[in-house]
Design a protein around this ligand. Structure first.
Ligand SMILES: Cc1cc2nc3c(=O)[nH]c(=O)nc-3n(C[C@H](O)[C@H](O)[C@H](O)COP(=O)(O)OP(=O)(O)OC[C@H]3O[C@@H](n4cnc5c(N)ncnc54)[C@H](O)[C@@H]3O)c2cc1C
Length: 494
């Protein structure tokens, strides 16, 4: 079945008349100020914002990753002023993939970007779990997703996805090579100082700077001094193991790797027996295959608990040494991983740490966190990018509904509403990803049995689990697109 194209994905900007009438709800901020914030687009309200000018505040976004760029595109469409500070000088080479599902593709369609995203993705048909001898333990089917939820789940290149978002922004909105070091925040606004002395100011600050967020660290230091930080937020990310990932260049020999050329992706997971590893193979667009290996096989003897080994990146010189540890792993199409490594440019190989954490503190004063800055997922959970985009949809809708002359309390109230909506969902996603990751990366008979059960569950159980996490939220400030899924969403909460 082809991955169908949307007819309604031409680019558009919001027109004032297209603004839906917001619903409103009242929340109480921590300092007992009561503020009314508009949220969903569905019900009527006495406060008509459809004819008001765009809010006169400015948003400072730190980080041009998936979350930061998506936020920038949404603010651009909502007519809210913003600027992005990014420490890199340009987008990174395509080293990894992200998974996107109907939950985020609906808003992406609203933004007019669905065709572009489909072009850089491959829809997932099945996930096969195999033993080291390549015998199949079980298969998860994903072909029904489009009919049931409106879109296939798809594997996209992270870099190309970011490129699409960058292409939607006017020049000068992303300031590259700006490494944020220091943040000053008060009741009048925020100020970021970068390593090269550049200073940027705005009304509010969004920390979209990933798992080792400087914005979070700055914020937490201040909260800790005031004794306002929960103990769990002072603890390090939970490290589980190292993982090495790579994405091949376009594969020409499709007789050798037929999976690379298929219209749909068959994801293969191979769990080692003699050697402790888990191998993931995900075909993606342009006949490329994303591969990753995690497990003890990657940890050289004696370095298992070494902090240096945990923290260090694989430099280009050590990539070959690390690849040597994994090159003999067999792959489902015959041969070994060495055959894929050979097709992978060295700069497309990277080391990531399999670690996770759900933070309790997501905002304070004029600062708010999104994405991996406040919830870090294990890399192969398929949730990192998806949850960052869901954060954006929720937060940008709340910012769009702020009163024209927003006060400090209004910002605080919007952040609190964002936290209350998103925190429980993200926490649940972190916990589910943890369980999945644990089952997939464990060795032994019990782990084998758990995997066998997981990959052979009756369809009604897997459907019911998937149904529960469906939300498919919309951006309030853009014309809605139809919900294409046969299985309706129970609540539009993100
Ligand atoms: C190797 C790898 C594989 C992954 N695979 C998947 C997958 O298969 N499926 C999936 O859904 N997710 C995956 N993820 C996770 C996914 O990419 C992220 O969760 C997602 O991009 C959301 O992240 P983010 O925007 O919050 O942060 P990031 O994407 O990490 O972006 C943070 C940005 O902030 C910048 N930054 C950091 N500090 C500073 C600073 N001080 N000043 C200025 N800029 C700064 C960084 O350079 C970066 O550009 C993977 C992640 C990695 C690293």
């Amino acid at each position: 079945m082809p991955f169908s194209k949307s007819k309604s994905s031409e680019s558009f900007r919001p027109s004032q008349s297209a603004r839906p009438t917001p619903s409103t709800f009242t929340i109480t901020t921590t300092n007992t100020t009561t503020t009314t914030i508009s949220s969903a687009a569905s019900t009527t309200s006495s406060s008509d914002t459809s004819s008001r000018p765009p809010p006169p505040f400015k948003v400072l976004i730190v980080g041009a990753g998936v979350g930061g760029l998506m936020m920038a595109v949404c603010l651009e469409r909502a007519g809210i002023d913003y600027v992005v500070l990014e420490r890199m000088t340009q987008l990174a080479p395509p080293k990894s993939t992200i998974q996107l599902s109907a939950n985020t593709l609906r808003a992406i369609e609203q933004l007019g970007l669905l065709d572009d995203v489909i072009r850089i993705s491959k829809p997932v048909a099945t996930v096969k779990l195999r033993k080291q001898d390549m015998s199949i333990v079980g298969t998860m089917d994903a072909t029904f997703y489009k009919e049931r939820y409106g879109h296939y789940s798809c594997i996209a290149s992270r870099t190309e996805f970011c490129q699409i978002l960058v292409s939607q922004l006017p020049k000068g909105k992303i300031l590259w090579n700006k490494y944020v070091l220091e943040i000053v925040s008060g009741n009048a606004g925020v100020q970021c100082r970068c390593a090269n002395g550049h200073v940027e100011q705005a009304s509010i600050l969004i920390g979209a700077d990933g798992a080792y967020s400087a914005v979070r660290q700055n914020l937490y230091q201040k909260l800790k001094r005031k004794d306002l930080l929960p103990k769990s937020d002072t603890e390090a990310l939970r490290f589980m193991q190292n993982s090495i990932i790579g994405v091949t260049k376009s594969i020409e020999d499709l007789d050798r790797f037929p999976a690379a050329g298929g219209e749909f992706a068959e994801v293969n997971i191979v769990v080692g027996k003699d050697q402790p590893y888990t191998l993931w193979l995900s075909p993606t667009f342009s006949n490329r295959i994303a591969w990753s290996v995690s497990g003890k096989l990657l940890t050289p003897e004696g370095s298992e608990l070494s902090e240096n080994f945990k923290q260090s990146e694989f430099g280009p010189e050590s990539v070959d040494a690390v690849c040597a540890l994994i090159q003999d792993i067999p792959i489902p199409w015959g041969g070994t991983l060495a055959d894929l490594i050979e097709l992978t440019p060295r700069e497309y190989v990277t080391k990531v740490m399999v670690e996770e954490k759900h933070y309790k503190t997501w905002y304070h004063g004029r600062t708010v966190l999104i994405g991996e800055a406040c919830h870090k997922f294990v890399p192969f959970s398929g949730q990192g990018a998806e949850q960052a985009i869901l954060d954006v949809i929720c937060l940008v809708n709340l910012l769009y509904r702020l009163p024209t002359q927003s006060s400090h309390e209004d910002y605080c109230a919007a952040f609190k509403a964002y936290y209350e909506q998103r925190c429980p969902i993200a926490k649940n996603a972190v916990q589910t990803s943890h369980l999945f990751s644990h089952v997939m990366n464990s060795q032994g008979i019990t782990a084998d049995m758990k995997r066998k059960i997981l990959f052979n569950l009756p369809t009604w159980i897997t459907n019911s689990a998937e149904d529960k996490i469906q939300s498919r939220p919309l951006l309030d400030f853009l014309p809605p697109v139809p919900d294409r899924g046969a299985k309706a969403v129970k609540t539009a909460a993100v």
